[in-house]
Design a binder for this molecule. Structure first.
Ligand SMILES: CC(C)(COP(=O)(O)OP(=O)(O)OC[C@H]1O[C@@H](n2cnc3c(N)ncnc32)[C@H](O)[C@@H]1OP(=O)(O)O)[C@@H](O)C(=O)NCCC(=O)NCCS
Length: 186
C-alpha cells in the first residue's frame, strides 16, 4: 500500500504513537487473548459471550483460531491486542467474505482498528484472487465499528432487518462492503 496516499485521520493517530503488525495467533498468546475475551465492554456487540475461563480460550485458539481460514492477531511488538478475521461466505457462486475484528479496550480510540482493516483490504484480494467483495455486518448500535469501516473506505449499503441472532434475539445490522475490482480504500 502507498503509505502516503493511504493516510487518513485515524491512521495518523496510530502512527504518532506506534505501529501494529498482523500475524497468526498461537497458544502462548492465550493470556493476551483473555484480556479482551473476558471484558464485557468488548463483547457487548460481539456474537459470542464473554469468556469465563482460560480453558475456553485455549480451546478456541487451538480448535478455531489456529485452523481458521484467515485470522490474524493484531500486535504491538509481539503482544497481541486483538484479532481480525476474514470468513469466506459459503454458497454456490460466492465471491464474498466477511470481515470481523476485536480489540482490547485499553487500545480503543487510537485508530488501530482502522489501520488493521486497511492492512487486510490491501492484501486479502491478492491472497484470495476469487474474492470480489469484502463485507462487514455491524450491530446498528455499534457506532464505533461503523465509523471504523467508513474511515477504511467501506461503503455503507443499508440496514438489514432481523439479520442475525444476537445473544438469542434477532437484530438489525448495517451492511458495509468494499470491492476488489476498484480502489475504494485509501
Ligand atoms: C470497534 C472497535 C474495533 C474499534 O476499534 P478502535 O481502534 O477504537 O477504532 P478506531 O480508533 O480506528 O476508530 C474508532 C472510531 O469510532 C468512533 N467512535 C467510537 N465510539 C463511538 C460511538 N459510540 N459513537 C460514534 N463514534 C464512535 C471514534 O471516535 C473513532 O472515530 P474518529 O477517528 O472519527 O474519532 C473496538 O471498539 C472494539 O474492539 N469493539 C468491540 C468489538 C467490536 O465491536 N467489534 C466489531 C464487531 S462488527
Amino acid at each position: 500500500m502507498d503509505e502516503n496516499s493511504a493516510k487518513s485521520e485515524g491512521e495518523e493517530k496510530v502512527q504518532e504513537s506506534f505501529n501494529i503488525t498482523l500475524r497468526p495467533i498461537a497458544l502462548p498468546d492465550v493470556d493476551d487473548f483473555m484480556v479482551w475475551a473476558t471484558d464485557d465492554r468488548v463483547t457487548k456487540f460481539c456474537l459470542w459471550d464473554t469468556y469465563t475461563s482460560k480453558e475456553q480460550a485455549v480451546d478456541y485458539i487451538k480448535n478455531q483460531a489456529i485452523p481458521h481460514p484467515w485470522l490474524r492477531a493484531i500486535c504491538i511488538g509481539d503482544r497481541v491486542i486483538g484479532t481480525i478475521t476474514v470468513d469466506p461466505c459459503s454458497g454456490f457462486g460466492s465471491c464474498r467474505a466477511e470481515l470481523g475484528y476485536v480489540l482490547a479496550h485499553k487500545h480503543w480510540g487510537k485508530g488501530i482498528a482502522t489501520r488493521a482493516v486497511k492492512m487486510v483490504v490491501s492484501t486479502i484480494f491478492k491472497d484470495w484472487p476469487h474474492l470480489q467483495r469484502l463485507q462487514a455486518v455491524v450491530h446498528v448500535a455499534n457506532k464505533g465499528s461503523q465509523r471504523v469501516l467508513e474511515k477504511a473506505g467501506f461503503q455503507r449499503e443499508g440496514v438489514l432487518r432481523s439479520y442475525v441472532l444476537f445473544k438469542g434475539k434477532p437484530i438489525d445490522v448495517v451492511m458495509f462492503s468494499t470491492l476488489g475490482n476498484h480502489s475504494s480504500v485509501g
